[in-house]
Design a protein around this ligand. Structure first.
Ligand code: SF4
Length: 248
């Protein structure tokens, strides 16, 4: 078994997993979605709201603001935010005043409400710990996987190569002078949509999956880093497996 990071930036990590069982990869995916505890806004006390937005909608919007969740606090404490604004003002997540300098909105520029002249809001919002099993606002990441693509172009000469290449939504095909090929180093970016094969036929270009290789992608919503998310998800899985072992 082999795991390599093939793409990484601040919020996203793409890994190539070779020789892993799909069931294990899917269990990790599900544990990321449902088994990682993070903070989210749960209770909102609204003292004043003369905006166009109903209290319930405003509270629901606040619940969906991803909150940075320092891993060392895991499961401990209750944190809150205050928000007192008067329009005209575009209110962003960064306007929430935190009770703790380390527990803050993960995406400061996230829009909460656009207050018109004279409209006012005054509220307090308390956080609680939870995981995606309780509510999707606690899910820390967007996570998915797919098999690694395998593209076969059996013929040296391909009529309409440029047209076929132009159909690729991720622009990984080269089609010049009746020669069709996959751009160097771009195979992994194929999204297996089969637009090329549907147009040209599988005798011209065939797209299949290499079932021994899995591309696993995680995009954090900002509460935790990707490393923390994966570690926490695996730790939850381990605890569940141990629980079964102890009961047998
Ligand atoms: S399957 Fe889709 S993404 Fe892959 S090469 Fe063909 S058109 Fe491009």
């Amino acid at each position: 078994m082999k795991a390599d990071v093939i793409e990484s930036n601040e919020n996203t990590e793409k890994m190539l997993l070779e020789g892993f069982k799909v069931s294990l990869v899917n269990a990790i995916r599900r544990s990321i979605i449902n088994g990682v505890n993070v903070l989210a806004i749960e209770d909102v006390k609204i003292y004043k709201n003369t905006s166009f937005m109903y209290d319930e909608i405003l509270a629901s919007r606040l619940g969906l603001v991803p909150i940075k969740t320092p891993i060392e606090l895991k499961g401990k404490g209750k944190f809150s935010f205050k928000l007192k604004e008067i329009g005209p003002k575009v209110v962003h997540a960064s306007d929430l005043v935190p009770s703790d300098k380390d527990v803050v909105p993960a995406v400061p520029e996230m829009l909460i409400i656009n207050l018109k002249d004279g409209e006012a809001i005054d509220l307090e919002a308390d956080t609680m710990w939870g995981n995606g099993e309780e509510h999707s606002k606690f899910t820390p990441a967007h996570v998915f996987y797919h098999f690694y693509p395998k593209i076969t172009i059996p013929n040296g000469k391909v009529k309409g190569a440029a047209k076929i290449a132009s159909l690729c939504p991720v622009d990984i095909l080269d089609g010049e002078k009746e020669t069709l090929s996959v751009k160097k180093g771009k195979l992994g970016e194929c999204i297996l949509c089969k637009a090329c094969e549907d147009y040209a036929g599988s005798d011209v270009i065939s797209v299949t999956s290499d079932t021994n290789k899995i591309v696993f992608e995680v995009e954090t919503w900002g509460q935790l880093s990707i490393k923390e998310i994966i570690n926490e998800a695996i730790s939850t899985l381990e605890d569940e497996v141990k629980e079964i072992a102890q009961k047998v």
